[in-house]
Design a protein around this ligand. Sequence first.
Ligand SMILES: *[C@@H]1O[C@H](CO)[C@@H](O)[C@H](O)[C@H]1NC(C)=O
Length: 341
Amino acid sequence: MALSPFVAAVALLLVATFSFGWALPTASELLHFREAPAFRNGPSCVSAPTIHIAVTLDAAYLRGSLAGVLSILRHSSCPESITFHFLAIRPRRFRPAVAASFPSLTFDVYRFDPALVRGLISSSVRRALDQPLNYARIYLADILPRSVHRVIYFDSDLVVVDDVARLWATDLAPDHVLAAPEYCHANFTSYFTDRFWSDPVFPRALSGRRRPPCYFNTGVMVMDLDRWRAGGYTRKLEGWMEVQKREARIYELGSLPPFLLVFAGEVKGVEHRWNQHGLGGDNVEGLCRDLHPGPVSLLHWSGKGKPWLRLDADRQCPLDALWAPYDLLRRDGHDDLFTDI
Ligand SMILES: *[C@@H]1O[C@H](CO)[C@@H](O)[C@H](O)[C@H]1NC(C)=O
């Protein structure tokens, strides 16, 4: 018995819909990315540690996430020793895209349930900062398997241009939960509102820290997940988000200020080369920015402007040229990947 073409088409659509999750992936998500070359371990990697890296995946930043992964592999001395942990609201939608670009990658895609933070997000200066997935880093200790004791979290708008094993080797002794580059010249006061500073109780949360509280960027963090779990840090961060949502407007940015409130002054410092941030420009205009002085191991387009959007619009900033070689988006006809990295 032959199915009518119409029934067959409907059946195919249903199968496709259910196998990819709620929405069908668009062509740009799955078909427009190239396969990256395979990166292999050298003989010296026999005793190399497994490096765990967490990155989020969503439609708006997929191109950035894949570029980040490629940059990490490209500069790693033992690329096959890296395990990637991707977080997505719709895991089945993105797994095929990762597998298509990186067929031999060791990875898992975990579901991040946006309901975890729906009631906790208050609107900020920039809509992109209010996306639930932006808060997924708070839940890594819960979502990743207990067998993962340490993870490096990376934002999706950065490229690594150094061996990530150097960052992985960060010493968190004796009892640090987080390591990240700190920026003590930044005006820490300005990350919180007058309402926060004038409160009789809130600012006391920052006293008694090991060192003066300093700004750090949450786009690059080495996290001790065992200490995180033992210390209940997810709840502590949620506690500040509840204050912001229900009690008083104590900050204007998205997921960053709760991290500052919980960890500032308790972060293990990492060399600034591991987060040359701000290349996206400010949160309002996204103007071009230059690198901070000093060496560079990681370029981070935090801020409003993203290199792939500026490249597409032919409004690129000079440093966007450093992101372009890691772009896996297929361009018509020619495959010029790796001619210039
Ligand atoms: C830091 O920021 C606060 C609040 O925005 C401001 O009142 C203060 O003058 C700033 N301090 C410096 C040293 O710029």
